[in-house]
Design a protein around this ligand. Structure first.
Ligand SMILES: O=P(O)(O)OC[C@H]1O[C@](O)(COP(=O)(O)O)[C@@H](O)[C@@H]1O
Ligand SMILES: [Mg+2]
Ligand SMILES: [Mg+2]
Length: 335
């Protein structure tokens, strides 16, 4: 049986699930941007895209060349689509409206153009994460940060492209999660998994254990219980993974279950976590929930958090429901 292209899938989504034309167009333009980023990633040193850019982003992090290039590609490929009124990015201090030469549309997009930057130069998995929100009041010429400050439950689409042994595009339009694999010979994404589910139970966890001494009590207790294995309170042995790219951790969970944790810790007590709410945690949380998993900040469903700033951070516990419920319970009892 012939595989369905991304384009054919979106035609079906419009017909059967009432997905608006502009949203389908936006997904196609995001896919085009991801193809362009993939091409740079694949060429690596040959395209001169490895190494540092010599600049800092708004978070005070040193930007890699590929962070900057990917951001330019995400803006440049999506701006002319006529589907957007504005952009927000990990790599841009301010939110941005669509340039006056392009038409505006009813959506706002937020992205982490290159997730897992520390993996770029070692040829390990990296990706692009995106979140789509409705633009309050519909298409407009001048957007402000306030337009973007909507809780994750408002997302009309969210997903990521992962550049690894295969390039895959995984997204939700609000009714299930589908995955597409890129065929470089044809230059197309093909539907390869539909109705993705996250198994409720798992024996695999992901957390950066080098920060253990900085964690708060419930996380200390949780990981101690997991490490105790079958003789401990959880009664089974757990395995651990850490890819240092949220995108790859989320992809593994959507493939075979698991829990991913990036908690608040005491290194910077004023910081509620490391990951960014609006363009890392929210899109991944929507994917998890759409696949039957969970995502909390330890106390609260991430998708219900009312953002105060586009670049705000959040603690993340996401994946298989039994584990996320368990560790969230430990936090609630402590609170
Ligand atoms: O190096 P650490 O602290 O383990 O952090 C890894 C985390 O940082 C991130 O790479 C942050 O993303 P960026 O590369 O977009 O800054 C996450 O993807 C990942 O989970
Ligand atoms: Mg990131
Ligand atoms: Mg990034």
């Amino acid at each position: 049986m012939a595989l369905m292209t991304l384009h054919q899938y979106l035609v079906r989504e419009k017909r059967e699930n009432g997905v608006p034309e502009e949203l389908a167009e936006l997904i196609l333009s995001v896919a085009d941007a991801c193809k362009k980023i993939r091409s740079k990633v694949t060429e690596g040193a040959l395209a001169g895209v490895l190494g540092m850019a010599g600049t800092e982003n708004v978070q005070g992090e040193d930007q890699k060349k590929l962070d900057v290039i990917s951001n330019e590609i995400m803006c440049g490929a999506n701006a002319p689509s006529g589907t957007l009124s504005g952009f927000a990015s990990e790599e841009m201090t301010e939110v941005m409206g669509v340039l006056s030469e392009y038409p505006v549309g009813p959506y706002l997009i937020l992205f982490d153009p290159l997730d897992g930057s520390s993996n770029i130069d070692i040829n390990a998995p990296i990706g692009t994460i995106f979140s789509v929100l409705p633009c309050p009041g519909g298409a407009k010429r001048s957007v402000t940060e306030k337009d973007f400050l909507q809780p994750g439950v408002n997302q009309v689409a969210a997903g990521y492209a992962m550049y690894s042994t295969q390039t895959q595009l995984v997204f939700t339009l609000g009714h299930g999660v589908s995955a597409f694999t890129f065929d470089p010979a044809v230059g197309e994404f093909y539907l390869t998994r539909e109705h993705i589910t996250v198994s409720p139970s798992t024996a695999e966890f992901a957390i950066n254990c080098s920060n253990m001494r900085h964690w708060q009590k419930p996380v200390q207790q949780y990981v101690k219980e997991l490490l105790a294995g079958e003789t401990g309170p959880r009664g089974k042995n757990y395995n651990m993974r850490w890819v240092a790219a949220m995108i790859a951790e989320a992809h593994r969970i959507l493939s075979r279950g698991g829990i991913f944790i990036y908690p608040k810790d005491d290194r910077i007590p004023s910081r509620p976590g490391k990951l960014r709410l609006m363009y890392e945690a929210n899109p991944m949380s929507l994917l998890m929930e759409q696949a039957g998993g969970r995502a909390t900040n330890g106390l609260q469903r991430i998708l219900e958090i009312q953002p105060e700033k586009v670049h705000q951070r959040v603690a993340v516990f996401m994946g298989s429901s039994e584990e996320v419920d368990y560790v969230t319970g430990l936090h609630r009892r402590q609170d």
